[in-house]
Design a protein around this ligand. Structure first.
Ligand code: G1P
Length: 296
């Protein structure tokens, strides 16, 4: 039996330039999606899959992240004094969610470099990587399936999503062959953000990975790739093409995923999540219909 995976690495050192000026003094991971910072959805997803040891790879300007997952004495005391137990619970919930550790990336040399910064904390066991720009709907299963597949195949596993061919230049794209499991593919190649018209498929890597620790040794010698950055995709490509350390498999996700990586997708994510909420959806849906009907 494979040992249980408990460690999750969350890279959160990006500059968030697409959201300036909102991200001038605040990390983009703290932007609210409805009423929770984007990063909290990701930590909740990790915890729901049994990953309670979280390592965030941060950079400058990221104090708000650490504060969010820590106690905030004055606020707790004020809410207690007022007897506002509902809000107090919300505050305590994010504090108690997980055991969160931090390491700083130093130079912003890319996702592969950020993941390599986790080597010491992770050690010699498989671990998950969750990228904060992708939110997976908590009603759909992805990470726990990936963890199972990692254990069964003793390989590294990435999440794949079918995207429109016009979108492939924004993702890592996989070359795959089928397996006996309809939702699992064997990955024989990966390319980071291929130029339009050159993608080997329309299966895009979305920001969830369950990796064997051998990836660290590969990342140590991975040369800068796309954009001059050390790419996680390039290190995975080395595992995939040479079938090293069990090779790489993909779990094809067919559930709901919300992208918060750019302004338009971020707005869509907020609307999609809010209309489904018990406390907001009932009022938002008729307003939205009315607003759209009058739009032209
Ligand atoms: C990163 C990865 C890319 C992946 C994407 C998923 O790119 O490098 O392979 O497809 O996340 O969101 P980024 O969006 O950070 O540029």
């Amino acid at each position: 039996m494979a040992s249980k995976i408990t460690k999750a690495v969350i890279p959160a050192a990006g500059l968030g330039t697409r959201f300036l000026p909102a991200t001038k003094a605040m990390p983009k991971e703290m932007l609210p999606v409805v009423d929770k910072p984007a990063i909290q959805y990701v930590v909740e997803e990790a915890v729901a899959a049994g990953l309670t040891d979280i390592l965030m790879i941060t950079g400058r300007n990221k104090n708000a992240l650490e504060n969010h997952f820590d106690r905030v004495g004055e606020l707790e005391a004020t809410l207690e004094r007022k007897g506002d137990t509902e809000r107090l619970e919300k505050v305590n919930y994010s504090t108690d969610l997980a055991d969160v550790h931090y390491v700083r990336q130093g130079d912003p040399k890319g996702l592969g470099h950020a993941v390599l910064r986790a080597a010491m904390h992770v050690g010699d066991v498989p671990f998950a990587v969750l990228l904060g720009d992708d939110i997976i709907d908590s009603r759909d299963i992805l990470l726990s399936r990936m963890i199972d597949v990692q254990g069964e195949r003793n390989a590294s596993v990435v999440a794949l999503l079918e995207v429109d061919p016009s979108q492939t230049h924004m993702y890592g794209i996989a070359t795959v062959e089928p397996t006996d499991d309809p939702d699992i593919v064997h990955i024989t190649g990966l390319v980071e953000k291929p130029a339009a018209g050159t993608a080997p498929s329309n299966l895009a890597v979305i920001g969830r990975y369950v990796l064997r620790p051998e990836i660290f040794g590969i990342l140590e010698h991975t040369a800068p790739g796309k954009g001059g950055e050390i790419q996680l995709t390039d290190a995975l490509q080395e595992l995939a093409e040479n079938d090293i350390a069990g090779g790489v498999y993909g779990v094809v996700f067919r559930g709901r995923r919300y992208d918060t990586g750019d302004r338009l997708d971020y707005i869509k994510a907020i609307v999609q999540l809010a209309v489904d909420r018990d406390d907001l959806g009932k009022a938002l849906r008729p307003w939205l219909r009315d607003f759209v009907s009058k739009m032209d």
